[in-house]
Write a protein that binds this ligand. Sequence first.
Ligand code: HEM
Length: 441
Amino acid sequence: MADHNHTLELDDIQSGVLRPRPTPYVATYIAFRIDDRRAGRELIRRVSRVVTSAASPNSPLADTWVSIALTHQGLKALGVPQESLDSFSWEFRQGMAARAKELGDIGESSPENWEKPLGTEDVHVVLVAVSPDEHRLEAALARARETYRQMEGITAIWRQDCHALPTETEPFGFRDGISHPAIEGSGIPGSNPQEQPLKAGEFVLGYGDEIGGIQKTEPEVLGRNGTYVVFRKLHQRVAEFRRYLKANSADGQDEELLAAKMMGRWRSGAPLALCPFHDDPELGSDSRRNNDFLFEADDASGLKTPAGSHIRRCNPRDAKIAGVVRFHRMIRRGTAYGPLLPEGVLDDDGAERGLMFAFVGAHIGRQFEFVQSQWVNDGVFFGAGDDKDPIAGSSDINFTLPRRPVRKRLKGIPRFVVTRGGEYCFMPGLRALRWLAELDT
Ligand code: HEM
């Protein structure tokens, strides 16, 4: 068993788990309901043939992939035995909608206001196709479509198309997809040379994790080389964000500084940690340098990167906080949807736009839920009471900007992000997909 813990079985892990998404990108999410378990198994059998593994990064298809994930309801719909269902993590079994209060999904963001069928018992399977361009995405989708076309007992019930914006930023206008952790045995380098690679068990079931545990399911083959994936459709109020920046700053320069302080990076991606006074677009786009920093040694009090900024909250790195940062890391895959709000427009045009946020990790509870509830929607961990994340916080947001001689405190920041829905899913390994397809309960 020992070597099980060291060498990641890349040829059994779905491609979408470990590999950063291409830039630029297009992506499509499709959700299915399974009304007939035999048809469901046939769908899994067929789809497993178009799902690529994380091995062979040099194949011509490397940047185009189809992934498949199932909700707890989906595993049930396939007829997975109860003792197997019960061996999955508690949060996954509850599902995202049941966890709304903990996640700050209240008011407008609460599940009764979600886009249907998200958060209902109908979402069983989520298929994701990602590619650098429309042409290859369409080819991948066509192959996937062959697997469920004209199949009785399977219904595609929801679809979301995503695409890189012409600005190559997320909808608020910041470069995204910069920081990601290194994972032992994956061969995929992390983006911060100062962060030790994390144990594989933080991201993939069946391997040792940072706490020394190994997550297993019943039977073991079902969970091994799989991971949990959290999808969230997050609507972004871009016009409101722009108006807020303008109303709370003296001029254009000040406005950009405020935006950077809220995020922890300038829009170009350049981190305040490395250029606190002005943007440096060259640094922002240099993947060898734009994530090479820590906080504690030269910015313990957050004069450069406020402790309450989005990136310092979501990954405090070596900053002194209550808790252990390495237990709460995650792989993220953000893809944008909706049209760009043209630069300078300050009035809401009513369009739906935002991020399909995807979390990948082996521990929904201590990774995604912890970060969302303790780091994004609370400030106690760094001594800021109930301050919340000024970018992604849920409501009643306050943000403190450490400055000399007097800090600045922004109170009652409006909510810029509204949850439109989401699901907790499990993305099985390729052997596990075959196990599911061969169920005969
Ligand atoms: C619509 C909402 C959101 C937007 C627009 C957004 C945007 C961004 C941007 C621009 C970055 C910096 C680029 C990078 O480091 O790759 C970032 C980093 C990050 N975000 Fe978000 N984000 C959102 C929601 C969330 C949520 C809900 C979470 C977690 C629950 C989260 C977790 C993270 C993490 C872990 C990082 C990397 C921090 C680091 O390692 O320095 N984000 N986000």
